[in-house]
Every structure is written in C-alpha cells, then in structure tokens.
Design a protein around this ligand. Sequence first.
Ligand code: MG
Ligand code: MG
Length: 249
Amino acid sequence: MITVKSAEQIELMRRANQIVRDTLELLREHTKPGVSTLTLDKLAYEYILSQNAKPSFLHYNGFPASICVSVDCEVVHGIPSKRKILQEGQIVSYDCGAIYKGWQGDAARTVAVGLISPECQKLIDVTEQCFFKGVQSIVPGQTRLGDLGHVIQTHAESFGYGVVRELVGHGIGREMHEDPEVPNFGIPGHGMRLSAGMTIAIEPMITMGTERVDWMNDGWTVKTRDRKPAAHYENTVAITENGVEILSL
Ligand code: MG
Ligand code: MG
C-alpha cells in the first residue's frame, strides 16, 4: 500500500532526514585510517539521541548497531565492530536511519578513507551522479518507477559498472520500508507513476564489476560476488506538486 503524506507529515520527515544528513556528515568528518567502525557507530548513536530522535536501524530485524558500515566489496548492511578498523585507501559506505516523532529518515554516503585510487573515486562520483540524474528526471504525476530505474541503470552501465538487482530503494514514512519498491534498473514506461505526496528512498548500489552479490554468514553483510568495490548513495525524497524535494540534503 502506498501512503500519501501531508505537508505536516513531510515536515516531520524533513527533520528526521536532517538528523540523518548531519549524522552522516559527522561520520564523514571522523573517517580516517585507524578508526574503529564501532567508534563511529557510537558516535552516530549518541548524536541521533542528542537530537531527540532514535536510530531506526538498531534492533531492526535484530540488526545490532545504529549504522551500517560497508567497506570496499561490501555493498550494504556491514556490521560495525571494534575489530573492523578503517584503512588508508578503502572506500566506506555509511547507511543511517533515524526516527523523529514517529517519522523516518534514511540516507547513505560512500566516503574515501585517506587517499584512494582514481578508479574508486570515479565509482563514488558516478554512484552519486546516478542518484541526481534519477531525481532530475522525475516529473511528478508522469514519471514511472521504470523510467527512474532506467535513468539510473543507463548512467551506471555507460561506465561499465554493475547495478545490483537484489537490493532496491523503497517507500518510506512511518515505516522505514514501505511500498513501492524503487529499483535502480527498469524499463521505460513500466511501473507506477510517482505522484505528489509520495516519499521514497532512492539508493543506487553500484559495483565496479559484476552486479551479482553474496550474503555473508553473519546474516547481514552483502558483498559483490567478484569482491570488487561497490558504492552506495541514498537520500529520502518527497514528490511534490512542483517537483522533488531531497529531504536528507
Ligand atoms: Mg539506507
Ligand atoms: Mg533505504
């Protein structure tokens, strides 16, 4: 079921998403070689609580932390740990969610640890471009999910990158994951239309090699099957009468 949000509800989601945005910025500032990912998780937890919000990932289906931290070939859902220490040259994806007055925010960023290769920087840049090209293509009431997915997919594949098929974006509101699914691939003219009042998380997950992924035995971490790097970039957006508002920027 698709839920349509009022202006007042979107205002609360705006605040939830600002908290997520600021948490991700804090994580970016603290990203450097030698930092334990558990330290970063604690930082995020404390910041979100200080903003009178709750970390939505903590205990979500049993997830043990406030953020997902996915390094290099880890695509998403990596678990912070005191033994998982950031190292120079890695790329690290932070995914974060917060609940403010019952409303959800969800966003992700991929960040360089120290100096990274030009190839990894390009992967990060193109993944962000995929998001923005997708958003810019949305005409409220006209664009369909297949059109949006096609724009994202076409941009990523023009660089020879893979688009993960088994994980997709989603509607968001009172629940973190609501209908509809928002794939990063698609066929133009297919799927439902994006119309005013819908709030969705658009989150390209782009790989340097194969789009195939493996689920790890920890029950969470998703890695690329060829173990080449992956990047993730996500924002929650609101479709309005006039266009698209990115709530987590
Ligand atoms: Mg997310
Ligand atoms: Mg999401």
